[in-house]
Design a protein. Structure first.
Lengths: 502, 242
């Protein structure tokens, strides 16, 4: 365990290294490391430096705005917030069962966005680390390097993402921030022209998705022991599950397993999430720390997202993804796969499943139906839960008799992984950085650990490794000893003001 | 011989009848002059000033200026468009017009006129006024954040519905829409969803409850053609709420 690295006893005597901002992740965050004079790491923390406040400013707004308003949390997977808010508002309008057409159109939208989000993360943000190595030269370790050295892989990444965005456009009206899902259903069906348009390329998309699974398997196998050990932590895992145990990302119950794969809870009604989950706060982070209530905050933290979902499910309903899952499962040798880098592997298995599921849905004539909306008796509280690309997402709203929001609680996917990401960077700090002179490639290992989780820190920016970064080295007296800067053009050097000062 | 009277709008002849304003004659001739507070069903108001045109070197509002023989009216010049953009920018920052989340986006006259005149950003500093939503009525909600004080609801409620549900209170920058009921809430007034006042709002201030976003992107009022072709929101109200 690395708990002792959360809070150093005498930070005033330690030097501080800051990685800020983190690059090639969604949103803004930073990592602080406190080291003693022998470069032994005494404290490692992932900080989320932005505050969103959506829970506050939706108060007083009409409930039917929620799916459109709240999706603005995110520019990468807004469909997750759009759909989960729609599910919550289904409850508010008393739509206990939406029509088959509405559910399938929403599912199609969700598969499309999961596909595009996963493609973006793997190909654009993480493939440079995995293809070139964590210590590759920084000016080469980015998507442009991938385009130059592996043009076919880069092209597939771009076109996979484009396809997912097109699925979203067809179902929601726009590629980003559409309006398809409304309380009680959806506002449009799929035309035959739209269906044929999506069917045209789906076999190629499945083939490329299958190729991406093979690629990550090959990368993983090349240094199997290293990849299984890097940033690896034992954790509980939570995800949604279908009634029969199948992989599920739109609607089902919650399943949690401990590090050995033993069930903590299973098929839990999502509407009762409060009985099973709690949120803790720490003075040094704006992000909460959720945990499984029955296990307490010390042992109850868990991981969500692709790693948890693929580990937790009993099977995939689509053949190619199921075949890939079995190979993944075997890597765990009887236990859930705990390697943080296996997130990438699991993510691409999900990418493949989404592509297969899109094809299956496109042959379903319910998509063409105009039976799109149901309404019932208004309710005062609506809870929506689904699996966003990054993990379990919960929206919980209470409205007054006029239909205006009184209270909102959003537990977003990345929040669930907060403790786990901190544990992973501490593991990396302990095993790979401790006692060494810090260099950019070494610090990148911290970022590699965080990137594996595909965190959406503020749901807004794409950095692509080009954002400026400055590392300061302070001695035990807090005095600046050295500084190193990565400029916006990727060049590493001495800060200009230091050069000028001689 | 009155039917042959004409003025020019951007050098094109526009015929008019006695009693016409420049706006009346232009609309009848199919020539679009951007406007928000004007609705041919009601007396001209001249408050939004978006229909500003140049007449013989002066700036006047087309909806109130009587048409007269031989006028040379400047409508689509860059100078006039620039003034309209500034007026719209002020309207946008005075309220809270958050188009990305608004259910009227794509079917909002304020947004459509802003697009028409080429407004690309609000330019001025936002006021961010603190205003509430009144959803006390069973079928209609009022979002005061989006009210542009066009007074169309005031006029409709007074002139057509004979109810006087709405009024403007305060002066200058403090002007705001008020409800004529004991509590000041719409739910306590005798307002009805079938009132004319419920059909005339050019923006997202008076809303039919529970129906937002029911019209998909691509099928909303101004998704396919500009307002100069589609016409005002009020012309389509009642046919749909999209």
């Amino acid at each position: 365990m690395t708990d002792q690295l959360e809070t150093a006893q005498h930070p005033e005597r330690l030097k501080r290294v800051v990685i800020e901002p983190l690059t090639r992740v969604e949103g803004h965050g930073k990592v602080t490391l406190l080291l003693d004079d022998a470069n032994h790491i005494k404290q490692a923390r992932l900080h989320i430096v932005e505050f969103r406040g959506f829970e506050k400013f939706v108060q007083g707004r009409p409930y039917w705005e929620l799916p459109v308003l709240v999706q603005r949390l995110c520019g990468i997977c807004p469909v997750s917030h759009h759909l989960v808010a729609a599910k919550a508002t289904d409850m508010l309008v008393g739509a206990t069962q939406i029509t088959p057409a509405a559910e399938k159109i929403r599912r199609l939208m969700h598969y499309g966005q999961t596909l595009q989000s996963h493609a973006l993360h793997f190909f654009h943000l993480c493939s440079p680390d995995l293809l070139f190595g964590f210590d590759d030269e920084v000016r080469h370790r980015n998507i442009i390097g991938v385009i130059e050295d592996h043009p076919e892989i880069a092209k597939q990444g771009v076109l996979l993402r484009k396809y997912g965005q097109e699925v979203i456009r067809v179902t929601a009206g726009k590629r980003v921030h559409g309006t398809g899902a409304i309380p009680g259903g959806v506002n449009k069906s799929i035309s035959t022209d739209e269906r044929d348009y999506l069917l045209k390329d789906i076999d190629q998309i499945i083939a490329w998705s299958q190729g991406s699974v093979e690629l990550i398997k090959r990368i993983f196998s090349d240094q199997f022991d290293y990849h299984m050990a890097f940033a690896t932590i034992d954790s509980n895992m939570m995800s949604m599950i279908r009634n029969d145990g199948a992989f599920e990302i739109y609607h089902g119950g919650l399943r949690a397993k401990d590090p050995n794969g033993q069930t903590i809870f299973d098929h839990v009604d999502c509407n009762t999430y409060e009985q099973y989950l709690r949120e803790g706060v720490k003075s040094w982070s704006y992000m909460k720390f959720p945990f499984i209530h029955s296990l307490g905050s010390e042992n109850g933290w868990y991981r969500v997202g692709p790693l948890a979902r693929v580990n937790n499910c009993d099977f995939f309903t689509t053949p190619l993804a199921e075949q890939a899952r079995k190979a993944f499962r075997d890597a765990g040798q009887g236990r859930p796969v705990q390697a943080s880098l296996a997130y990438h592997w699991a993510r691409l298995i999900e990418l493949l499943h989404c592509a297969e599921a899109i094809k299956d849905l496109l042959f379903d004539d319910d998509l063409l139906s105009d039976d799109l909306l149901v309404k019932g008796d208004m309710q005062a509280r609506g809870i929506g839960v689904l699996e966003a690309p990054r993990g379990t997402l919960i929206h919980d709203y209470r409205i007054n008799a006029d239909g205006l929001v009184e209270k909102a609680n959003l537990i977003v996917s990345t929040t669930n992984n907060n403790q786990a990401m901190n544990e992973s960077i501490r593991q990396v700090a302990n095993h790979y950085l401790d006692g060494k002179q810090l260099t950019e490639p070494l610090l990148n290992q911290i970022e590699v650990a965080i990137r594996a989780y595909d965190p959406c820190l503020s749901c807004a920016t794409h950095a692509l490794g080009k954002m400026p970064l400055e590392v300061q080295l302070l001695n035990s007296e807090g005095e600046l000893v050295d500084r190193l800067q990565k400029r916006a053009d990727g060049a590493i050097g001495i800060p200009a003001d230091r050069e000028n000062s001689g | 011989m009155s039917e042959n009277k004409a003025f020019t709008l951007d050098a094109k002849p526009i015929e008019f009848q006695d009693g016409d304003t420049i706006m009346d004659a232009a609309l009848r001739a199919g020539a679009y002059i951007p406007h928000l507070c004007h609705n041919p069903e009601f007396e001209p108001h001249g408050s939004c000033r978006v229909c500003v045109v140049g007449v013989n070197g002066r700036r006047v509002s087309a909806c109130t200026q009587p048409a007269t023989e031989g006028l040379e009216v400047e409508n689509n010049s860059e100078a006039i468009k620039q003034e309209r953009r500034a007026l719209l920018q002020m309207l946008f920052v005075e309220g809270n017009h958050v188009c990305p989340g608004c259910e009227k986006s794509g079917a909002c006259q304020l947004q459509a006129v802003a697009y028409y005149v080429g407004m690309l950003d609000p330019h001025f500093t936002h006021f961010f006024p603190r205003r509430l939503v009144d959803a006390s009525h069973a079928e209609v909600a009022i979002d005061f954040n989006r009210c542009i004080l066009c007074e169309l609801c005031v006029r409709a409620s007074c002139d057509v519905d004979k109810k006087n549900v709405f009024s403007i209170s305060g002066r200058g920058i403090g002007s705001h829409l008020v409800i004529n009921s004991p509590s000041g809430k719409l739910g306590d007034s005798d307002f009805s969803v079938n009132d004319k006042a419920a059909q005339v709002c050019p923006v997202g201030a008076i809303l039919h409850k529970h129906t937002g976003y029911d019209r998909p992107i691509g099928e909303r009022l101004y998704d396919r053609q500009p307002i100069s072709v589609v016409g005002d929101v009020a012309e389509h109200e009642g046919k749909d709420h999209g």
